[in-house]
Design a protein. Structure first.
Length: 124
């Protein structure tokens, strides 16, 4: 029997991501990884790098779960969007087509040093 539930996790160094953002390639990196909605949301925060790091970790965790499901072989980080839903909980928009219905949940946590995320994918 093939499982229909897949998980992924990731951890990001906030200072390392901050260095990337502050480099000459920072805007190019940001625009390659994040959607306009995510950029607007994070840039509106007092410590935007924490929110970018959390979303980056979430995208990585979701990517790992999707790849382990074997329904895709390659995915663009920009085709995964993390928005804030009710009570500011993270919600996932998958911006690609799939032959199967995909339910995705993600949990994000961060400190000044690290952001971590856990993703759960259920295929229907």
């Amino acid at each position: 029997m093939v499982s229909n539930i897949f998980i992924g996790t990731d951890i990001v160094s906030v200072p390392r991501l901050s260095k990337t953002f502050n480099s000459l390639q920072g805007d190019k990196f940001k625009n390659r990884i994040f959607t306009d909605n995510e950029i607007n949301y994070c840039d509106d925060k007092a410590d935007s790098i924490l929110h970018f790091a959390g979303r980056f970790a979430a995208k990585e965790a979701i990517t790992k779960a999707l790849l382990s499901s074997e329904i895709i072989e390659l995915i663009s980080m920009k085709s995964i969007e993390i928005i804030s839903g009710k009570n500011r909980k993270p919600e996932v928009n998958l911006l690609f087509k799939s032959k199967k219905q995909i339910k995705c949940k993600v949990s994000i946590s961060h400190t000044e040093e690290y952001a971590t995320a856990f993703a759960l994918i259920e295929l229907k």
